[in-house]
Design a protein around this ligand. Sequence first.
Ligand SMILES: [Zn+2]
Length: 406
Amino acid sequence: MVAAWLSCHGCGGRFDPMSTLALACPRAVPGDGIDHVLEPVIEGRRWPLGDQDNPFLRYRSLSLAATMLDDERLSTVIEELDLAVQQVDGRGFRVTPWAWSSSLSCMVKDETGNVAGSHKGRHLFGLMVYLRALELRGRLPSRPPLAIASCGNAALAAAVVARAACWPLQVFVPTDADPAVLDRLATLDAQVQTCPRAPDQPGDPAVHALRQALAAGALPFTVQGDACGISVEGGRTLAWELCDQGELPDVLYVQVGGGALASAVWQGLRDARDLGRISHLPRLVLVQTDNAHPLARAWRRLEGRDLTLAARDRARFMWPWEQPPHSVAHGILDDETYDWWACCEGLRATGGEVVLVDEQTLVAARDEARAAGFSASATGTASLAGLRAHPPPAGQRAGVLVTGRG
Ligand SMILES: [Zn+2]
């Protein structure tokens, strides 16, 4: 018997995934100091044994949508949506390569060939499948606009998936957004709004604008877990793939900005262990830049403290980075690590740590990856920078995630 619910680690609430549009915790009250983030929990599942090349088809039984639609209908939703994504972006979702790179002397998960050129589409495609399931079950009678705050890959991925689903999308971007990204967003019919920093308001102005749009009725189509916990679920496909692609490394390096990728990887590995697919977890090493590292700060402050209690005292661990951050790895410069709590849970469970890298190492890692044939950005190769700056003990195998096209 399969049972599914959405669990909030902040307030301890449990919510029916079909009773409400519970993309964010319904009990969250601005300023209550609690780290409300919803996480899908499904009991009674088995590790899927399919061999489909589309990860959303292969692992569909592990998704919330599988508890809302029968298998045939869910498969049709995924196939139709993936076909529409192919028409918009020229490619659909396929299992991405995971292989030993002799040039880099580590395992590499290569996401640069994924939809919209990064792993971000995984988060948003999974969320779209969930929204379609709500629609088909009659829980979403109209289509409010979708909204996201992002300056790069997440916005591109959101625009591709929203366009494929014929769903309007608002994108809130900072003033220094890449003109090439803005052009592509325009061709995908996204409504883009530029958000300047206000001197008296800490934190990312695009995220503030997103929150206003959500308050006005837009649906979060974004990868910040506090705004949309469901978006982390689709990202788990990356870790589920790893677990079916051969031996895991001893140490897995993951770059962290807002934290959705790292929390998705952690939760996906945990799923695979709990369902008997893997017997041990790799040690997670999470990578941030010298110039902005709110997760490293939170991890240090956490020390031996109780995680459950920490979730009820968020401001003690996580707050916006004080100075507007700059780095060549600009995709991981989030003012806050929104999914910090799940990152810390993964660090605790795997004996992991947060490491910092300087600009020189970030640039060198990008150039090294490019020379090895990975057409990636410095954000996308930040985990390789982490490996170079903080290698594992001799004899341990390392893996990195190359997550964004250059
Ligand atoms: Zn809550």
